[in-house]
Design a protein around this ligand. Structure first.
Ligand code: 2IT
Length: 449
């Protein structure tokens, strides 16, 4: 490995020992960059790698809110503005009990390269809070969001930093956040947030975009292999917004998702989550805030496997679409033993580094990385920003065509970047290299800071 790359990875591990997820993503991304750094010694001269792993700005803030019984609760809010070299900071807000600096930092770091891959002018950022939405009333969610935005509003803006949703933050939360932003600033700046409702500047297809984009990307991989999506079975994890979009697009294209998972276990539906009724039921499950996938098997009469993961299933395609570190070495071994050809990451960093390394070395297996596969979500967010700044509304056909084109492009530039460095059809390294090259060029040209 390139000595400078090695040294920066070691620096990060020593300095951020208490942030394992952040160290994990830095190691994953930087270890792809060896051949790039060999070819570009000028980057080492300006210490570009130590700069790129250091957020431009990160802060926490106090969020106090009152529950329905009149009791007060205090949470920690976060916004990490990681890299603004190619555009305003852009990235979601995650509301989840386990949110901590390491989680927000790993997500923010991934976001830099993902956003660059979209081909659109957006920098990398991420935020959230250690607030647990499970079991909260609508009024409690609203008060939390209003308090969160009251602390954050002066540090964001359409040309500064544009948050969106992530786990625990959907259209409802974005609505409350935007309402409070508008109330505080007294201006119509709807480009400050994406994932909005369609009556006030939200883009059509944004709710579906991450899942649709993932299936479009999968389709490019299948085309590369002279294969077809028709008739394929897919194992997914999660049952939220992203998995919903995958089920919907897979159904349209003639494939079927046969597993879903939640914190309680997984379900196996051999007929597929492939009717309108089933797909729509995922939305109900999410809106109930129960966070249970067993509700699906109760309703549709299929098998439920408590406390298990779906990765031992023999399917054509695996798409982990729930959360980070969902697939560890024990699961990776089962996937390899089943000779599954397509391992398509969807959630941010769903695979531990050892499991990812193991899968990438399986003969005949194709591994696609989440920062490319799930980039259609933030990509359509960037299209939402474009519509907001133009004061225009694009049609579903226009947005869907742009999303489709974007995903084809992301697959192509990733494959080309890997090819350029003699790595063959390595989509993982290719995505890291292609995303990095754009950001590195912008940082280099803007001088040292
Ligand atoms: O991980 C992600 O890319 C997101 N949560 C979406 C971010 C966005 O700004 O739409």
């Amino acid at each position: 490995m390139n000595a400078y790359v090695q040294q920066v990875i070691e620096n990060v591990k020593a300095k951020h020992a208490s942030e394992p997820e952040f160290c994990q993503t830095v190691e994953e991304v930087l270890s792809s960059l060896s051949p790039v750094m060999d070819k570009h010694p000028e980057y080492e001269k300006v210490d570009l790698l130590n700069r790129i792993v250091e957020p431009e700005r990160m802060f926490t803030f106090r969020v106090v809110w009152q529950d329905d019984n009149g009791n007060y609760h205090t949470n920690t809010g976060y916004r990490f503005q990681f890299n603004g070299a190619i555009g305003p900071y852009k990235g979601g807000l995650r509301f989840q009990k386990n949110v901590n600096p390491s989680i927000i930092k790993f997500l923010g770091f991934e976001q830099i390269f993902k956003n660059a891959l979209t081909g659109l002018p957006i920098g990398g950022g991420k935020g959230g809070a250690d607030f647990d939405p499970t079991g909260k009333s609508d009024a409690e969610i609203m008060r939390f969001c209003q308090s969160f935005m009251t602390a954050l509003y002066r540090f964001i803006g359409p040309d500064v930093d544009v948050p969106a949703g992530d786990m625990g933050v959907g259209g409802r939360e974005i609505g409350y956040l935007f309402g409070q932003y508008r109330r505080l600033k007294g201006v119509w700046e709807n480009g400050v947030l994406t994932g909005k409702g369609q009556t006030y500047g939200g883009s059509v297809i944004r709710p579906e975009a991450t899942g649709y984009g993932a299936v479009y990307y999968l389709n490019e991989v299948l085309k590369h292999e002279n294969d077809t999506i028709v008739g394929k079975t897919i194992a997914c994890s999660g049952f939220g917004n992203v998995t919903w979009g995958i089920c919907k697009k897979a159904m349209q294209l003639g494939a079927k998702v046969v597993t879903l998972s939640g914190p309680d276990g997984y379900i196996y539906d051999p007929d597929g989550v492939a009717t309108e009724e089933k797909v729509n039921y995922l939305l109900e499950m999410r809106a109930s805030n129960r966070n249970r996938v067993q509700d699906y098997s109760d309703k549709f009469g299929c098998e439920f496997y408590p406390k298990e993961k779906p990765w031992g299933r023999k399917v054509d395609i695996i798409m982990p679409s729930a959360m980070q570190n969902d697939v560890r070495m024990d699961s990776a071994e089962k996937i390899a033993a089943n000779h599954i050809k397509y391992y398509i990451e969807v959630a941010n960093m769903p695979t531990t580094n050892d499991a990812l390394d193991f899968l990438r070395h399986q003969e005949g297996m194709i591994v696609a990385p989440s920062k490319a596969v799930n980039a259609g979500g933030v990509g359509v967010s960037a299209l939402e920003m474009a519509q907001n700044s133009e004061r225009l509304v694009w049609t579903p056909d226009e947005v869907d065509a742009q999303l489709h084109h974007m995903m084809e492009n992301i697959h192509r530039v990733s494959a080309e970047a890997a090819e350029e460095y003699g790595l063959g059809y390595d989509l993982v390294a290719g995505a890291n290299i292609a995303g990095f090259k754009k950001v590195a060029t912008a940082m280099y040209e803007q001088g040292v800071f």
